[in-house]
Design a protein around this ligand. Structure first.
Ligand code: ATP
Ligand code: MG
Ligand code: MG
Ligand code: MG
Length: 469
């Protein structure tokens, strides 16, 4: 069986052979980019190169980039455990041309790698193009011999990429694999496209224009290529699987979770194991890159992922903290490709353990309260926002954890009500402060609270009292 490690090397070697500089992944926390929470694609480390702000001595590069999509524009947290193809942490394989080759070669390289080196069946592949991009459709016909019915024209932003509101942009073409009609889902652009029958494996972006503030666009002097293919998705294909979680690497983590909890990997706890395996990777890689759990910003995203995983461990009946016990399995699987994991191993274990020990003090009681409240609700009724807020405020349940717990029962939270309760709490704290007569100090403190966000603001008197912070 071709392991994910082998596939990663085959990819990098293929592009290396074709004149690309093989470069390491950049850290998950982007340098010099406070607007971006985490690296979420391969192009992030090359942004300044694409805009021409920076020059380097090569104009082709290839990477396997660590990505996290658990917040902001790309948030796959809610997909994990439910779809065959999403992770919060994954590796994106990419090749980049900085003003060097363009559409023809980008497509020819991708097709050659997929169908020759990787040996995928041509008749299972289909592509999308931006609806006005005839040039790309023609190249697909010429290079791959695809017929019109396998070149789907998409008029939406799914096939038009933008670096931001202004700057480089352009159409993209995506390659999909058809897993056959035993699996639910329709081709891209159809009503059933969210199913898992047609799985998107590779996105090729053609940076050909620059977008200006007034909405106008002009062709770029330097036209560039940015591509991204999920290692776990191509891995599933090459291992004859439909589901990313059935690949060698993910399967080892799932089995470690099953073993540590003395439960069946494919039994009723199947979803829990999938989520745990995924969140183990996301949390460990984030900690290895210097993120620590906290009550705002990046640290709060980490904390949310950790606590979500910890609830799933609890559902499996884990008597002791679980997550830190799975770290050796992860280091075993990924430590060679990512030495930072082994280097940070004890920090990762300690951080996961401390968080789980603390969170377990309130998790049990919080879940009991949730059960009580749910048992009083009618069939399918939403959970009142006030209850979700109480779980957040008193028991340290991030809102998404409560939503995740309820989803298993087909229920949702009244999020508007949650916001109202949050605002009321804030107003109360504000009123209490304005009574001190220390107007200047109070304003300063409230400004700070505003700036830091309400989670930190509440942190002082509530979360600390519950041993949360
Ligand atoms: P999808 O439509 O399946 O959510 P996407 O269009 O959001 O994917 P892109 O932003 O185009 O994905 O990213 C490029 C490639 O990275 C995808 O074609 C896919 O192979 C991979 N990828 C994207 N998101 C994930 C994820 N959450 N987990 C694993 N691989 C992913
Ligand atoms: Mg997506
Ligand atoms: Mg997509
Ligand atoms: Mg895409």
């Amino acid at each position: 069986m071709t392991s994910l490690s082998d596939i990663r090397s085959t990819f990098l070697n293929f592009y290396g052979r074709n004149g690309h500089q093989v470069l390491p992944s950049s850290p998950l926390v982007p340098r010099n980019d406070p607007t971006l929470m985490f690296a979420n694609s391969g192009m992030v480390q090359f942004k300044n190169r694409f805009t021409g702000v920076e020059t380097r001595d090569y104009n082709r590069a290839t990477t396997a980039q660590k990505c996290v999509r658990a917040g902001g524009k790309h948030n796959d947290l809610d997909n994990v455990g439910y779809t065959a193809r999403h992770h919060t942490f994954f590796e994106m394989l990419g090749n980049f041309s900085f003003g060097d080759y363009f559409k023809d070669d980008a497509i020819a390289f991708a097709w050659e790698l997929l169908t020759r080196d990787f040996g995928l069946a041509k008749d299972k592949l289909l592509v999308t193009v931006y609806h006005t991009d005839d040039e790309t459709a023609q190249i697909w016909k010429k290079v791959a011999g695809l017929t019109d019915d396998r070149i789907i024209r998409i008029p939406t932003d799914d096939n038009f990429w933008r670096m931001g509101p202004t700057g480089p942009c352009g159409p993209c073409t995506e390659i999909f694999y058809d897993h056959g009609d035993k699996i639910w889902g329709g081709p891209p652009g159809s009503a059933e496209e969210d199913g898992d029958r047609f799985i998107e494996i590779w996105n090729l972006v053609f940076m050909q224009n620059e977008q200006f503030e007034d909405g106008s666009m002009r062709p770029l002097d330097m036209q560039s290529i940015d591509t991204g293919m999920g290692l776990e998705r191509i891995g599933a294909l090459l291992q004859g699987k439909h589901d990313n979680y059935d690949t060698d690497l993910m399967r080892s983590l799932i089995e470690a979770s099953a073993h540590a909890t003395s439960t069946d990997a494919d039994g009723p706890g199947k979803i829990h194991h999938r989520v745990i395996a995924d969140h183990l990777r996301a949390t460990s890689f984030l900690i290895a890159d210097g993120v620590m759990p906290s009550n705002d910003g990046r640290g709060y995203v980490l904390r949310r992922i950790m606590r979500r995983a910890m609830r799933h461990a609890h559902q499996l009946g884990a008597a002791d903290p679980l997550m830190h016990r799975l770290v050796p399995a992860l280091v075993q699987e990924m430590g060679a490709a990512y030495p930072e994991l082994g280097q940070a191993r004890s920090l990762i274990e300690e951080t996961l353990k401390n968080e789980e020990v603390r969170f377990r003090q309130t998790l049990d009681r919080g879940l009991r309260l949730l059960d009580d409240e749910v048992s009083r609700l009618g069939d399918g009724a939403t959970l009142p926002g006030e209850t979700a807020f109480k779980l957040y405020d008193t028991f340290g349940f991030p809102l998404d954890l409560t939503q995740d717990a309820l989803r298993e029962q087909g229920r949702t939270v009244d999020t508007d009500g949650f916001e109202v309760a949050m605002a009321a709490q804030k107003a109360k704290a504000r009123a209490a402060w304005s009574g001190t007569g220390e107007a200047a100090d109070a304003t300063l403190w409230l400004d700070l609270a505003e700036e830091k966000g309400v989670t930190d603001f509440l942190g002082y008197d509530t979360l600390t009292a519950e041993g949360q912070v």
